[in-house]
Design a protein around this ligand. Sequence first.
Ligand code: GDP
Length: 320
Amino acid sequence: DLFPRDRSTLCLKPRPPVVTVMGHVDHGKTTLLDWLRKTSVAEREAGGITQHIGAFSVQLSTGERLTFLDTPGHAAFSSMRARGASLTDIAVLVVAGDDGVMVQTRECVDLVRSAGVPLVVAINKCDKPGAEPVSLPALLHSLGSLLQPCVPYNEKERVEEELLQCGVQLERFGGDVQSVRISAVTGRGVPQLEEALLAEAELNAVMGDPSGPVEAVVIESHVDRGLGPVASVVVRHGTLECGAVLVAGRTWGKVRAMFDERRKPMREAPPSTPVLTVGWRDLPTSGDNCLQADSESAARSMVQHRASTPARLSGVRENR
Ligand code: GDP
């Protein structure tokens, strides 16, 4: 069978972090993703309509890049992990400043923590009056709370306090979790969020090996009317090029075309790049690990071998 390369043999270089946006419903995850997509330098240059291929790459004016998974929420994060894929390098926890920490916010914190994924908090909707009270009454209120500890925290600190209660210690309070106040509607604070993500990536040594056989993770797949079975993958190691033979779960394909999220043909996809691949025999499942085989015949016998081996032994989980 095919196995990922031994980590010690990799020649690691920094790569863009792969980011998942999580948080309670209606706290602004989709709005934030839309803003990020449309402010990417590449997006502005292309000016086209972005296709949803499960992930997109944001290019900052500095040339640096971030990869965002398109499906917000913890359902996608959990199902990917259940299939063994650890694709997310950093999670952004979106908390609406006017609503605070809610049920799903806590669930996200638990999930991210148990997965050992670093977290950056985005306190959203800061354009709303209730979310950013730096007013005189609020100031007096916070002074009051210093004198009388039993007085509730003022609005501004409320979210931070609630986060602390579920174990998230923000940098501003001596912890190690970065937080940024943003508005996903006006875009305020979003560049600071992007900077925070890049800093987090550096801190956590987010690396990949751009050489050698490709290792990738399938994010989604579907049958395209013109192209047949297609799969979006995010490359982990190696640089994917047309002609590569990939095995994922119990199917394989020889990549005959690659597109980015703007349906622009791609020649090569280095680590962290989301790419739509064409040429699959069948539909691979999201969360499947995807490895490069030497040849079509090697891929074919690999898939046959996997089909005849119990899922538990072949490392391929049943797709149910
Ligand atoms: P999701 O369920 O977390 O994906 O939340 P959405 O992105 O769908 O946002 C829910 C609602 O909040 C929508 O009506 C958005 O327009 C609104 N919203 C999201 N972000 C902001 C923000 O920064 N400020 C304001 N005022 N509204 C926002």
